[in-house]
Design a protein around this ligand. Sequence first.
Ligand code: ATP
Ligand code: AMP
Ligand code: MG
Length: 201
Amino acid sequence: MGGVVIVSGLPGVGKTTVVDLAINMLREEGIRVGLVNYGTVMLEAALDMGLVSHRDEMRRLKVSQQLQLQREAAKKISELSNKYDILLVDTHLFISTPRGKWPGLSINNLDFLNVAQIVVVEADPNEILKRRMSDTSRYRDVADEESLRMDIEYNRMLAATLSIYTSCPVAYIQNHEGRAEDAAKELYKILSRLVVDIGYK
Ligand code: ATP
Ligand code: AMP
Ligand code: MG
């Protein structure tokens, strides 16, 4: 089973933008690296079941339904990881549900995933706010700087907890305004070290 890299960060921080840039750099090195968006795997099942019409509706479903989708997605991602040396998983450490913050990775799905590295993408609260407001491709939650500051802290606590549970390091990557390429290079560096560490190169 290939090593799973959890790429996390608050909604709108730029995870998908940064991993999309980094993956090409890794593939040029001849590393068998895969990329999957956890939400997309859940969405395929949710659409089939007629539960939602778009990805931003899933976090409003009953938590019991989200749990089921989350678990099924973990099994699919686990199978996918067999095809690669490393598999990047673009996901969230918590989901803002109507009942509160709910873990993106917990005993419900972690045991299916061979986690090798945790990455947290960060930006300043005002940068995240601006990105959420200017991104018309998504239905984003309303927030203010203070609540985002708290969310960044909560995300760090979850990353630390996950680090203990998996024995994996946590790398923090800053994705500042107009600097997605730099953030992708930083991610590339960390993943290159991981590949050396686990012996694929
Ligand atoms: P989600 O968790 O909701 O999927 P995300 O973390 O994947 O969000 P993206 O969709 O990658 O975030 O980015 C959100 C918006 O911010 C997009 O419009 C993207 O183009 C923009 N963006 C990403 N990184 C930067 C950056 N460094 N500077 C300016 N804009 C950025
Ligand atoms: P994203 O495109 O990364 O924002 O993901 C879309 C949606 O998928 C999120 O808003 C969540 O509803 C769901 N999602 C993503 N990752 C997870 C996860 N690990 N556990 C539960 N739900 C998730
Ligand atoms: Mg994304």
